[in-house]
Design a protein around this ligand. Structure first.
Ligand code: ADE
Length: 251
């Protein structure tokens, strides 16, 4: 998978790209990340990349010409590459979106800055627009790094344990079960007995129930779309899910 990132601040990526799983994925040739400074494509001695908004008001807007020039120079005639604008106005980034993006051999990521990006970038250059959450960052760089990280984890061979991404929180639409490691007792707090039992069927059932319970407590909205078995539904029913008008009544 090749990522082409268009940014005014390429150095924001150097730390995160040089650590851990993302570093190893690059060393093993599973991904490559190419950072392109939009300023290098700006015209004139001053290489200006932003300007005042038409119609007045505060702040600056990123000019369209350097962004178009950068993306067109780098992508050339290659067709079908998603050109993703990172912005708080995009569709929400989820595990499903990461999976969808992971099927492409190449992605282009445009990081917006300042008050915004000239609308013609959104209309005529970007093919997709993604937000990583309902808050405003200073720019799209951290969001692009989130996308690179989440997509890379899903690529075959990136995680040492092939089951790891499969088991992750959200992979099945549920939050993950709790994890424990040695010592069996820490400051008087023990590990749940079942995990020490060696009974693999009981452990698998406990983990599934914990995932269901945790999702119900923290993110009940996820249960609506999760892949649930009859056994899962029976377990959730005992916890009072789904809520019926009847169960809402005071007792
Ligand atoms: N740029 C600024 N805020 C953002 C967000 N929430 N997601 C993606 N890009 C952004």
């Amino acid at each position: 998978m090749r990522f082409d990132v268009f940014t005014l601040f390429p150095e924001m990526f150097t730390g995160p790209l040089q650590e851990s799983i993302i570093k190893r994925a690059q060393e093993r040739g599973l991904i490559s990340v190419h950072l392109h400074n939009i300023r290098d494509y700006a015209a004139g001695r001053h290489r200006i990349t932003d300007d005042a908004p038409y119609g007045g008001g505060g702040g600056m807007v990123m000019k369209p010409e350097p962004i178009f020039a950068a993306v067109e120079a780098v992508l050339g005639d290659e067709k079908g590459v998603p050109v993703i604008l990172l912005s708080p106005q995009g569709r929400l980034f989820t595990h499903q979106v990461a999976k969808e993006l992971s099927r492409h051999p190449r992605l282009a990521l445009i990081c917006g800055r300042y008050e915004g990006v000239d609308e013609r970038v959104r209309e005529h250059l970007a093919t997709d627009e993604i937000s990583i959450g309902d808050y405003v960052l200073s720019g799209g760089e951290l969001a692009a790094m989130v996308v690179i990280d989440a997509v890379t984890r899903l690529l075959p061979g990136v995680l040492g344990d092939p089951g790891a991404a499969f088991e992750d929180s959200h992979a099945w639409g549920l939050l993950e079960y709790p994890h424990y490691t040695r010592p069996a007792v820490f400051r008087g707090w023990g590990v749940p007995e079942v995990l020490l039992s060696g009974n693999h069927a009981a452990i698998a059932r406990w983990r599934r129930e914990q995932a269901l319970r945790r999702t119900l407590e923290r993110r009940p909205d996820l249960l609506e779309r999760a892949v649930l078995t009859e056994e899962d539904r029976a377990f959730l029913a005992r916890l009072g899910w789904p809520k019926t008008p009847e169960s809402d009544k005071p007792t």
